[in-house]
Design a protein around this ligand. Structure first.
Ligand SMILES: [Fe+2]
Length: 379
């Protein structure tokens, strides 16, 4: 897969203040700010809206994007935006909000429902400009071309992607993490970790996505627990935010794999936070691939712990890498699989959905329904 990254990334403390000058360069007046109810209870949407109004933009705010955003929410918001003659979309939030904003920006220039555009490059007209401002240290959506939307009628998620769906700009300001609860620092940080390690171990990475994945994993291994324990730790906050975007660049140019096939299937049926599901499923899925990815896991362990790795052979270093993931999640208060309360009777359906996920073919080994079922039953 060739490496591509057209999004202009603005990173660092107070980069949020660059939003209005950046928007002025587009020459558009009517802005749609998409966010969610959780973030609306923080100061950030009001802060952004006030800054934009100071610069005489007309701002319409939609804060009704739910976790695992539904196709009906996307269609309703796109209709509202079409009627308001919106020219540019800003997404301020986690992965759900950014994926929603990306889809709405595409629908502004393409008629009908989001359901008509499942797949790759299924639309004819380019998206309206879209500016992504992540509020978590997980999604990576600010630098990818994909939007994942839930169809609750079919209890599944669909991916809409296209060359014109990369955000035009990503404003990645670590200060936004100050208002994120510690549990969400943990869940979304582990989502980023999962993006990086799945990009690194899937069958469609490249040397550039590998380099980015190694960097993201190293940053999260060093800083995620520190950020979880104290989000006032400026260095930790900055580095986990950086890791999330770097991990997004990695999987956006490779893919995710079995962990996401399972977590997206679970998320299509139950409203379980995406990062929480990934945090729990990461170790069992990677363990099931271990014999195929020993070399990759061993290389990672050598990068993270060069001295400890010196005396270990490939297989032991690979095992040590898996154990380091368990140790990391144990420090982040990640609950056990049983806490998700998924009825055993639903396992076959979840396994079936996982095997039909778009990323199933990216697994390092062939994964059938029976393989997913075996992982779920082992938990
Ligand atoms: Fe994810």
């Amino acid at each position: 897969m060739p490496f591509r990254l057209p999004t202009r990334v603005h990173f660092g403390s107070k980069t949020l203040d660059q939003l209005a000058p950046i928007l002025e360069s587009y020459g558009h007046q009517r802005i749609l700010l998409v966010t969610d109810a959780g973030l609306q209870s923080t100061k950030w949407p009001g802060y952004v809206t006030a800054k934009l109004k100071d610069h005489l933009f007309e701002v319409t705010v939609v804060d009704s994007i739910e976790p695992n955003p539904r196709h009906s929410t996307i269609d309703e918001t796109a209709n509202l935006a079409r009627h308001a003659d919106i020219e540019l979309v800003v997404g301020l939030g986690g992965g759900s909000v950014l994926d929603a904003g990306k889809a709405i920006a595409m629908l502004l220039n393409n008629e009908g429902s989001i359901l008509s555009y499942e797949g790759k490059n299924r639309f004819f007209n380019g998206s309206a400009p879209f500016i992504a401002i992540p509020s978590t240290c997980g999604t990576g959506s600010e630098v990818t071309w994909v939007s994942v939307i839930t169809n609750p009628d079919e209890e599944r998620k669909l991916s809409i992607k296209g060359d014109a769906m990369f955000p035009n700009e990503a404003i990645v300001d670590p200060d936004i993490l100050k208002t994120l609860p510690a549990s969400l620092i943990a869940y979304t940080g582990m989502d980023a970790y999962t993006h990086a390690i799945e990009a690194y171990t899937c069958n469609c990475g490249n040397p550039f996505s590998d380099a980015l994945a190694e960097k993201a994993i190293s940053l999260l291994d060093n800083y995620l627990v520190r950020a979880f324990l104290n989000i006032e730790d400026t260095e930790a906050r900055r580095e986990v935010m950086r890791a999330a975007t770097v991990a997004g660049m990695a999987f956006g140019n490779a893919d995710v794999a079995g962990v996401h096939c399972l977590s997206e299937s679970i998320g299509g049926v139950y409203d379980i936070p995406h990062g929480l599901a990934n945090s729990i499923l990461l170790h069992p899925v990677l363990s099931s691939h271990q014999s195929i990815i020993n070399h990759k896991l061993s290389t990672l362990y050598t990068i993270l712990y060069p001295q400890k790795a010196q005396s270990l052979g490939t297989e032991h270093a690979s095992q040590a890498m898996l154990e380091s993931i368990l140790f990391l999640t144990s420090q982040l208060d990640i609950p056990p699989f049983s806490a998700l309360s998924i009825p055993v009777d639903d396992y076959p359906r979840i396994a079936s959905l996982s095997a039909t996920n778009n990323s199933n073919g990216s697994n390092p080994r062939t994964m059938h329904k029976s393989d997913y079922l075996a992982i779920l039953q082992s938990l």
